[in-house]
Each structure stands twice: as C-alpha cells, then as structure tokens.
Design a protein around this ligand. Sequence first.
Ligand code: NAD
Ligand code: UDP
Length: 351
Amino acid sequence: MNKKVLVTGGTGYIGSHICLKLFELGFDVYIIDSFINSSHLNIANLKLINTQKKKNFNNKIHIIQGDIRDKSFLEKLFIGIAKKNKRFYSVIHMAGLKSVTESTFNPLSYWDVNVNGTINLLDVMSKFDCKTIIFSSSATIYGKSKKKFLSEDLPIKPCNTYGETKATIEKILSNLFFSDLGKWRICNLRYFNPAGADPSGLIGEKFCLNPNNLFPYLNLVAGGKKKFLKIYGNDWPTRDGTAIRDYVHINDLAFGHILAMNYLSSNKSQILNLNLGTGNGNTVLEVLKTFQKVNNCEIKYVFKERRIGDVTSLVADNSNLKKLFNWSPCISLSDMCRHSWNWFIKNKSTL
Ligand code: NAD
Ligand code: UDP
C-alpha cells in the first residue's frame, strides 16, 4: 500500500511542484487547499503531465477543498483516514499567505491564516498521532543580517509581519517538540528565492498584474504587459550596485522536500532548521541579463529608490542541508529564466 502524504497548500506554486514529485515517486497524495491563491487548473495540468509521461498516478490525487483554520474540516479528514486504519506518513505544510507587502497592510489575516491555521493543523495532527511535518519557512526570518552567507544559527529577527508569522510558527514547532520529547519529527525548510517552473510549462506561479517579486515582473515586461522593470536601488554595495539574492529552481526546491521527508522518517525524532538555497547569489541586473539572453527578449528597466525593507544580499549557507540530505542544486539560473518564460507564454492568456 502506498504511503499517504498530506500536503497543505498543495495546489499553489511550490505545492504543485512537490505534488508532482510525490506522484512520480508513488505516494498517495492528499491535498488540502482553500484555492484562495491557486486554481483547479493546476490540478488538471498535473494530471495532464501524468498522461504525457504515460504514468498512471491520477488515482492517487485526493483534492480536498477547505481552510486550515476550520478545525472540524481537518478532523473530518483525519477521522476518514483513521477509519481505514491508516495514518499520514508525513505532512508537508505550505498553506498560508505569502506577500510581505500585503502582510504589512493586513496583519490580522496573516496572523490568522499562517499562525492560527498552523496551530489547528498541529492540534489535529497531535490528536491523531501524526507527528512528522515539513514546514515552509523563509529566509526572511533572518531580517537584515549583514553576513555574506546566512547560516541557520543566526539570530531570528524578521523585519516584516509575514516574517514574524513564519518565525512564530517555528517557535511553536520548537515548543511542541520539547513538550512531547521523542515523538515529533520536524523540519523547517527556510526557502531563499524559489524561481522557474516545471519544464512542461503546465504548472507554475499564479499570475497577477502587479506582482511584487522579480521573476513574475520580468515575464510581464518581456511579454509586453508592463513597459519596464523598476529596479529597486543601484547603490547597493554589490558588484553592479543592485541587490543580491539566492535564486533556487522550483524543482530543486521540491526535491529538497522529498529528501527531508525521507530523512525524517528514517531517523530518530528531531527538529531541524535548514536553509534551502543554492549558496550562489545573483544581482538583479545579472538575472535580467540572463533572462534576456536565454529567452531572446528585451527587458527595459529604470532604477528607482531602494524598496522599504530590502537588504543588500541574502545568500544561503546550505552546508547543513547538503551534508544531511546529500542535496545539491542541479538547475542553473539560465534554466530558471527559460522555464519561467515558458510557463508565462503558455499561460499568459489566463492573465
Ligand atoms: P502559493 O500562494 O502559490 O501557495 C499557497 C497555497 O496555500 C495556495 O494554493 C493557497 O490557495 C493555499 N492557502 C492559503 N491560505 C489557505 C488556507 N487558509 N487554507 C488552505 N489553503 C490555503 O504560495 P507558494 O509560493 O507556493 O508558497 C508556499 C509556502 O511557501 C507558503 O507558506 C509561503 O509562505 C512559503 N514560502 C514561499 C516563498 C516564495 O518565494 N514563493 C518563499 C519562502 C516561503
Ligand atoms: N526587485 C526589483 N524590482 C522588482 C521586484 C524585485 O528590483 O520589481 C528586486 C528586489 O529589490 C530584490 C530582488 O529583486 O533585490 C528579489 O526580489 P523579490 O521580491 O523577488 O524577492 P525578495 O525581496 O523576497 O528576496
């Protein structure tokens, strides 16, 4: 019988790529999603990829629409699994709100969905003795660190509401771990900058016309939906004056979750905090030039003031992840740009 994995937020950008890997590896995947930031199209397309690859995993996708803040909804799902004398092998918890900017204007929603939703989930998991969880955390919890490479032992000092909710969830997970020693297996994966899409171009990040992030914006400018990219600052202390980030391909990131899940289940109870980034930083101009070159397009840009809350450089010290899981990034920045554009041109009509 296949192992059952519960993926919250599994129809979203990162979730859909993780689910694709889980299906390919033969897991029985249960997805909980409210669809507040995703569409059923992602699910249809996951099935299409399956058909194209001539695999047959569609019977292993269980989509359950609902909100993690609704405890009775979560309980019903766990009761249904327990009635079959089964339990979830692991939970991969990604459901949540993710915009830094929106979180500053709408803090209550961020605390409610991210923190209250997670407490509900953990409470129900605990009741049903399901104590393995991988949590989508973020490098934003390090705040304005001046270190060249960020290691997991740096102080946690988020400087926005979104980051505060992620840091709080990590704290809750730590409290839970120490309250019930020997039972929980927990891995906080602190993502750097996920980018790109599955090469099929069938799943990817939901479009909006005013995105905050770099990659969606590059696509909109290259696709003629925006006139130019505003580059926030050309006076950063970097090689070309623009800020540095650690961009990691979504499929490398997704694979990190599979390794984390397998590691947790084959080792003793523990709590891990791990950076998930490539360890290489690129400036905004380097990303822009790579995008233009590999996609043979032009991206006009103007320099603007630094964005509030931005930092010079965020690059992962990923040595712990590499050592523990034997993970290393396989997909280049060029391919991130190629795959991101491929997703955009195949799906821009949905904008
Ligand atoms: P996403 O918005 O594409 O996916 C999140 C999914 O959660 C969506 O499908 C959404 O509909 C669902 N969701 C939201 N609130 C819900 C609720 N109350 N109940 C059930 N489902 C709900 O975002 P993503 O980029 O795939 O990010 C996934 C996770 O990774 C998030 O927790 C995010 O904070 C974290 N993360 C993302 C990034 C990034 O750059 N994308 C970086 C660091 C961490
Ligand atoms: N950025 C930019 N213009 C944009 C969006 C982003 O210059 O329209 C820069 C931003 O200042 C940062 C980098 O691109 O240096 C990555 O930004 P993103 O919002 O994608 O990720 P994060 O800020 O969360 O690292």
